[in-house]
Design a protein around this ligand. Sequence first.
Ligand SMILES: Nc1nc2c(c(=O)[nH]1)N[C@H]1C(S)=C(S)[C@@H](COP(=O)(O)O)O[C@H]1N2
Ligand SMILES: [Mo]
Length: 198
Amino acid sequence: MKTKNYILILFIAFCCSMCNSSKKDKEETISKEKISKNPKHGHPTLTAEDSLKLVNHSIEVKGDVEFSLQLTVDSLKKMKVVTIDNLKVTGKNGETKRIIKACKGVLLKDILEKAKIRQNGHKDRNFYIVARASDDYKATFSWAEIFNNPTGENTYVLFEENGKPVKNGEMILICKNDIKTGPRHVYWLKSIEVYKVK
Ligand SMILES: Nc1nc2c(c(=O)[nH]1)N[C@H]1C(S)=C(S)[C@@H](COP(=O)(O)O)O[C@H]1N2
Ligand SMILES: [Mo]
């Protein structure tokens, strides 16, 4: 009798655990479905036509600057061009999306020095810089990051990769020393905006 009860309890416990694990599986499938259907999380592949609509032939440098600029690939080529090797693009989970062998670009710092941020004395340093794309994707930098931090030597506007024009716009912005480089990798760059913290 005792053994019978024992077997019965074991059987019930087994059934319960099976039931729970299948529920968990189901929950996981549902959450995965939600992610893949949510356009904010996935990167829906654009048609060539749609991608072309996002391309800008020049980027505007504007806001709190002395000289607003319209920069084209040609005008960037006349600035101090640097080559960046083995640029890794990593996604939000740290996965490597791609490695670009050789890129050419200009430091964001050089562009901002050309436009000259409108500063009132040396303590006027509270500015933020927005790199905006034509699909309104944005990345933000602070004055200190660019002018008083290694990020200043690692943030570029690129126009060439492996000897060819960059894809997804004529110019893209990257920050090479970010832990995950995907988020501040701005395709279809449209403007660089400088604003003073109010
Ligand atoms: N203009 C623009 N740039 C963008 C995005 C975007 O939606 N629009 N997505 C970003 C994200 S979230 C990542 S991870 C990287 C790399 O994306 P990829 O895998 O499509 O190259 O691009 C970034 N740059
Ligand atoms: Mo991402």
